[in-house]
Write a protein that binds this ligand. Structure first.
Ligand SMILES: Cc1ncc(COP(=O)(O)O)c(C=O)c1O
Length: 315
């Protein structure tokens, strides 16, 4: 889906016009992928716009920056305030928020230590990631590409460069007729999708790969772990052999973009009966009830955006 531009972009503490947020081709980030970023959703609730787990996302941005020795001048709370402000100013809800900290223009050697770090925050209208009807289940494959090996690129950092690996996984899946690919880690254990964490229900327990299997510590993953525990479903973070994908009763992706997307087949082997399973359905229902403001936000996941003048543009 083409990006629909909004009026303003937050840039190093001030608002600039959308069209002015440009970079020089010789910026460090353009040549070496030196950026860390976040993807966040702001939902339209009956009481107004609310951003999902914005504090945790801002914190993860700072963690990613720390891993790469990038000095971000802003605190978590300053980044949160900037995001709330941006949604209010642009007045486009629901939307996707993309904060990004990047190495800008300086010198072009690989050494990034003297290159300034710029922070931008963009928001724009955004719909379903894995296509309409994805909530009914998608067909996926196991990728021939592995996820990043430990000691190569840190999977706990959400860095732009990691997504070169994600692009290989995604392109291969799409060109072979699947919606998404599941990557194994370098030792052959299940890791995650190109842009999603993965859960499976096996013998009554909900399993997901631990952080040691080269997965991003997903904020939706954490939300599902909390919801499942509340529902009394046993939750286990454990290494998952590939074949468990084929014999699990339920499999689903989680992520800011994918939200909760059931998987109905892996490598053309149907998952369970090939329809959305009861545990996935309950988690999906509860998750959507919270983000849509149908039930109270008992986990304090949502940060309201005060909209004073006019009603936000609902898209
Ligand atoms: C590689 C990868 N794994 C997992 C996730 C899910 O993370 P979150 O739930 O924080 O969006 C994402 C999305 O950002 C991702 O890109």
């Amino acid at each position: 889906m083409a990006i629909k531009k909004t009026e303003k972009i937050w840039y190093n503490g001030k608002f600039i016009n959308w069209d002015d947020a440009t970079l020089h081709v010789m910026s460090h980030v353009v040549n070496y992928g030196s950026a860390v970023f976040e993807g966040i959703r702001c939902y339209s609730q009956p009481k107004g716009p609310a951003i999902f787990r914005v504090h945790e996302h801002a914190q993860r941005l700072l963690i990613s920056a720390k891993i790469y020795r990038m000095d971000v001048e802003y605190t978590r709370d300053e980044l949160v305030a900037a995001m709330v402000d941006l949604v209010r100013v642009n007045n486009v809800v629901p939307c996707y928020l993309r904060p990004i900290a990047l190495r800008g223009y300086g010198q072009l050697g690989v050494n990034p230590l003297d290159i300034p770090v710029d922070v931008y925050i963009v928001n724009y209208e955004w719909g379903k990631y894995l296509g309409h009807g994805a909530e009914e289940g998608v067909d996926v494959c196991v990728s021939s590409w592995s996820r990043l090996a430990p000691n190569t690129m840190p999977a706990m950092a959400k860095s732009g460069a990691n997504y070169m690996n994600s692009q290989l996984i995604k392109m291969e899946a799409i060109l072979n007729g699947y919606v998404e690919g599941i990557a194994l880690d370098v030792n052959g254990y299940v890791s995650e999708g190109s842009g999603e964490n993965l859960f499976l229900l096996y013998q009554g327990s909900l399993l997901t790969a631990p952080l040691g299997n080269s997965v991003l510590p997903g904020i939706t993953r954490d939300s599902i772990l909390q919801l499942a525990r509340e529902m009394g479903v046993p939750v286990v973070e454990q290494m998952i052999p590939r074949e468990m994908l084929y014999i699990a009763d339920e499999v689903f992706f989680t992520g800011t973009a994918a939200e909760i997307t059931p998987i109905r087949s892996v490598d053309k082997i149907s998952v369970g009966k090939g329809v959305v399973g009861p545990v996935t359905k309950s988690l999906q229902r509860e998750f959507f009830n919270i983000i849509n403001g149908v039930v109270p936000d008992r986990f304090h996941w949502l940060t309201p955006v005060p909209v004073t003048s006019s009603q936000p543009v609902t898209v």
